[in-house]
Write a protein that binds this ligand. Structure first.
Ligand SMILES: Cc1cc2nc3c(=O)[nH]c(=O)nc-3n(C[C@H](O)[C@H](O)[C@H](O)COP(=O)(O)OP(=O)(O)OC[C@H]3O[C@@H](n4cnc5c(N)ncnc54)[C@H](O)[C@@H]3O)c2cc1C
Length: 374
């Protein structure tokens, strides 16, 4: 008699970007069997992202939202992933902030650099640094270093995750047509994918912007935001650390830098993909920002643009994540809306999603139900 090839797992994870990878690891570590599915879209947000984790953000120099909840989990999570895979992709190092004006300098001074902020509750710290200590940076308004800050090499992390789950026979490269390929058993207790001979007790949709493509979570209040990054080669620039200024720059070796990022809601609009129309416009914008950073602070004389990477961030209207159970199917969940902060938020949100699968109520600020599609 033919042995059944059907594989039964505790959790099917659809999407192996930052959200899906975090779901897979966290559920694997709590003892669940997992099956990941991904079509390996090279233009997915996670494969384009710079992977920066920055504690102070925005024009108001505010602490990143729920930093003290997200960062400790993310730090422990990526360190554990490195141990499990034997690969290196997580680097913790203070980032530099080169002030662009006297106003910005005073803002940082009053919020972060004055003595009374020495014992801030979020463990975020900012310290003055002199330009001479940092590859001769020119910073007429001064600069500081901010920590803890980190960078995830997202391609390396996602590649290592894929290889790990492949080795455990738990990764399927497959373009799932959710409206056709998913079947629910009569009692609603299992999700079946006949094409993969796979049965799961539950499924987590971690599709990013592609959630709009099928019936399950196409009502998520997503407000996509296209982003572009350049890979440039600038022989005369000698950056050792991530620098934030008008743009950010990430040294990736051999005088090469990632420079980014644009943020364009209108450009993403109702589309799920990147249109070529604005590509040259964003390229010019990033070159200008790199030149202002490089000429203004490093006296670089020339650069070569080696590559431009574009993707659409799965942002939500209020910039908060979207976590929750499906309205009809009890064993169907989503983790989405990571916006610009997937690296920081995904590990903690995956913990919360697993909690929800075990019956814990999701805090309203994370819940997909807090606001319906506009
Ligand atoms: C230019 C740019 C720069 C960024 N920089 C940073 C940064 O510095 N730091 C940071 O934290 N974040 C950054 N981000 C944001 C970050 O990329 C997102 O927060 C995050 O990647 C979202 O991850 P996700 O897993 O939700 O979605 P995605 O990355 O879109 O992953 C979804 C996955 O699902 C798969 N999938 C979808 N549908 C199907 C299907 N039907 N069948 C099979 N597979 C499917 C896709 O192939 C994909 O792999 C940046 C984004 C951009 C565009």
């Amino acid at each position: 008699m033919r042995k059944s090839l059907i594989k039964k797992v505790d959790l099917i994870v659809l999407g192996a970007g930052l959200a899906g990878a975090a779901m897979a690891w966290q559920s694997h570590w709590q003892g669940w069997t997992v099956a990941m599915i991904d079509r390996l879209d090279a233009r997915s947000s996670s494969r384009v992202a710079a992977g920066l984790v920055t504690p102070i953000t925005g024009a108001r120099a505010a602490a990143s939202w729920k930093w003290d909840e997200f960062y400790p989990v993310a730090d422990a999570f990526y360190r554990r992933c490195e141990q499990e895979t034997g690969e290196t992709f997580w680097r913790v190092e203070p980032a530099l902030r080169v002030f662009g004006s006297q106003t910005e300098r005073e803002l940082y001074e009053s919020k972060w650099l004055s003595a009374r902020n020495d014992r801030n509750p979020l463990s975020i710290h900012a310290d003055w640094v002199s330009a001479e200590e940092n590859s001769g940076l020119k910073a007429p308004f001064g600069m500081c270093q901010i920590g803890p800050a980190a960078r995830l090499d997202t391609k390396a992390y996602l590649g290592a995750t894929q290889r790990y789950f492949q080795a455990h026979d738990a990764f399927n490269q497959f373009d799932l047509n959710c409206d056709v390929d998913l079947v629910f058993d009569a009692l609603g207790q299992a999700v079946c994918i006949p094409a993969l001979e796979l049965i799961g007790k539950r499924i987590a949709f971690c599709q990013g912007i592609a959630a709009r493509e099928n019936q399950f979570f196409n009502d998520l209040p997503l407000h996509p935001a296209r982003g572009d990054i350049l890979l440039v080669e600038s022989p005369r620039v000698q950056l050792q650390r991530v620098v934030h200024h008008d743009a950010w720059a990430v040294p990736v070796g051999q005088h090469r830098y990632l420079v980014g990022a644009t943020y364009d809601r209108a450009g993403a609009g109702s589309e799920n993909s990147v249109s070529e129309e604005k590509t040259m416009q964003f390229r010019a914008e990033l070159i200008q920002r790199w030149e202002s950073l490089a000429h203004g602070t490093f006296q670089a004389s020339h650069h070569v643009v080696l590559e431009q990477r574009s993707a659409v961030r799965p942002a939500s209207y209020d910039r908060h994540p979207l976590l929750g159970r499906h309205d009809v199917h009890d064993n169907v969940f989503c983790l989405n809306g990571l916006g610009s902060k997937g690296t920081l938020m995904a590990p903690r949100l995956a913990e919360l999603a697993i909690g929800a699968m075990n019956g814990t109520t999701i805090d309203r600020v994370f819940s997909r139900s807090r606001r319906k599609v506009v």
